[in-house]
Design a protein around this ligand. Structure first.
Ligand code: 8YV
Length: 327
């Protein structure tokens, strides 16, 4: 049986499905595979099933000479050196599609929380302030502009939800999404127009060399002082030091963050001391239903690749094409 390294929370029934075809080597989530796995297991490992907390960098790939597939339990794959994997003939798989709604739901949760000041509203009731009078008024969503930085599967799902709240939806993306424009889902803006017009700016781009730190002080200065930043994508897309400064100096009104530069977030972070910030623990996809669907897809991808079948979701399908040509 082929050996697979598993560094992800696989439920018993799906684990049994893997065990029917493979020998499993378990590694605690977050540990480096080149350090946590024995040399003997590394030498024979054909597959890896991991989370975004497992770095699969050049050193890891080098330490796994027999690996044919890395199946990521995530849609994002910034933890994996994909060019390196492709060069080494390693297929990389991910879980697109099945988490779009959950992430979009959490994004709208931030919009509502920020507009209606729900975290403060909760504290207001609990500390008895309500007994002395009503809480301050907040703001409508209707008529406000939601700006989507990135218009992929998740951005489009957010746009659909925002439409139902009667928001104006605009987007900026590397490539125009003419289908969404024709559907009336969102109107295209240049990046600068998007920054200037948004009441809520929500980030939906992957983390890459181009996007790392791409939302920084220049962007916050271009935004309305009344605007909110929402990030359910990847922390390092935002320059966190600049964000903290912008929040302190009032360049923007607040932020809703599901992701941070370093996770888990240290409660000593200045972000935790800012009352105009709402935080979540990288929970966009963290529902029972969505995590189940993601794991089913990740396990299917792994077993399909090892069984010589075409996986449903491949990041570098050229590797598979290459395999086909070689056979
Ligand atoms: C995490 C995510 O993968 O899909 C992604 O890109 O960031 C999340 O869904 C989740 O924490 C499971 O590892």
């Amino acid at each position: 049986l082929p050996t697979v390294i598993v560094s992800a929370p696989v439920p018993p029934d799906l684990r049994a499905a893997i065990e029917a075809a493979c020998r499993i080597v378990d590694v605690p989530t977050g540990q480096r595979l080149d350090e946590a796995v024995s040399a003997a297991d590394r030498a024979v490992a054909r597959g890896v099933l991991c989370t975004v907390r497992t770095p699969v960098d050049a050193a890891t790939l080098e330490a796994l000479p027999a690996v044919a597939v890395v199946s990521n339990f995530a849609v994002g794959y910034d933890n994996i050196d994909v060019p390196r994997a492709t060069k080494g003939g390693v297929l990389v798989c991910n879980t697109p599609g099945v988490l779009d709604r959950a992430v979009a739901d959490l994004t709208m949760g931030f919009v509502i929380c920020l507009a209606r000041d729900m975290v403060e509203g909760d504290a207001y009731v609990r500390r008895g302030a309500w007994l002395r009078g009503p809480a301050p008024l907040t703001s409508d969503l209707a008529g406000k502009t939601l700006g989507l930085l990135g218009m992929g599967r998740i951005g489009r799902m957010v746009a659909r939800r925002a439409q139902a709240f009667d928001m104006r939806v605009i987007y900026h993306n590397r490539n125009r999404d003419t289908a969404s424009e024709e559907e009336g889902l969102a109107a295209y803006r240049t990046r600068d127009e998007l920054l200037a017009e948004s009441d809520f700016l929500s980030v939906h781009v992957p983390l890459s060399a181009e996007t790392r730190g791409s939302v920084g002080m220049r962007e916050f200065e271009a935004m309305k002082p009344s605007a909110y930043l929402i990030n359910t994508a990847r922390g390092p897309v935002v320059d966190e030091a600049a964000l903290i400064q912008a929040l302190r100096e009032g360049h923007i009104a607040g932020a809703g963050l599901d992701v941070m530069e370093r996770e888990p977030l240290d409660p000593a972070s200045p972000l935790c001391a800012l009352s105009n910030v709402v935080l979540q623990a990288h929970a966009g996809s963290a529902t029972v239903e969505t995590r189940r669907a993601m794991m089913e897809l990740a396990v299917t991808n792994l077993l399909d690749a090892l069984g010589g079948r075409q996986p449903l979701a491949m990041v570098n399908p050229a590797v598979r094409d290459g395999m086909g040509a070689a056979h």
